[in-house]
Ligand binder design. Structure first.
Ligand code: ATP
Ligand code: MG
Length: 180
């Protein structure tokens, strides 16, 4: 599985449509303070289903929508689209290219799509669970995360290891089965 592209519009500082293509090899994103580097990694976490506004440096989710600037009006919708090359079928899907889209409107309405088909948030979380790209995975390490892992309780550290080992999904299924 490879990250192919990221398309952002109306998300945080990205008022204009912006497309980043990830070419083979390593991609570095550089820019002055406040130019939007962290907003790019947050766009990736957001499109993959992040539900915590706080972890996106906000207090409410609609704050991710472009809030306007000195010469631009605020927008009413944030949209992020991420595309993966899945020719190796690393993600559990028959598709060779997988595009995930998330939209959020100021009204609070939101939409999730996989390859242009409307899906539930749950479908996105399941697709990436245990892939190393899922929520709480280690493909994105934000500031302060390293310290928090060192300082975490043994149970928390165990769940980190379970996610890495790929057993997290089965644990969730088991919990669900026990509740039913
Ligand atoms: P640093 O090098 O300091 O880490 P950075 O390149 O990571 O900077 P970001 O934190 O990604 O920068 O971007 C911060 C900018 O994004 C700020 O100017 C902030 O005003 C802007 N911003 C964040 N949310 C929104 C929003 N909803 N609407 C408009 N601008 C926003
Ligand atoms: Mg930053």
């Amino acid at each position: 599985m490879k990250l192919k592209s990221l398309e952002i519009s109306g998300f945080k500082s990205f008022s204009d449509f912006t497309k980043i293509e990830f070419l083979p090899g390593l991609t570095g994103i550089v820019g002055p303070n406040g130019s939007g580097k962290s907003n790019i990694s947050e766009a990736i976490r957001w499109v993959l289903g992040e539900q915590s506004a706080k972890s996106l440096r906000g207090s409410k989710m609609p704050e991710v929508i472009f809030a306007g600037s000195a010469d631009r009006k605020p927008l009413n919708r944030a949209q992020v689209k991420i595309t993966f090359d899945n020719t190796d079928h690393y993600l559990n899907s028959d598709f060779e290219t997988i595009t995930v889209t998330r939209k959020l409107f100021r009204s609070g309405e939101s939409e999730y799509l996989i390859n242009d088909q409307t899906v539930r948030l749950k479908d996105i979380l399941e697709l990436f669970m245990d892939s190393g790209m899922g929520q709480d995975s280690f493909s994105i390490i934000s500031q302060g995360r390293v310290e928090s892992i060192f300082n975490s309780k043994p149970e928390e550290r165990r769940s980190i290891i379970e996610e890495v080992a790929g057993v997290f999904k089965y644990k969730k299924h088991k919990e669900k089965a026990e509740r039913e």
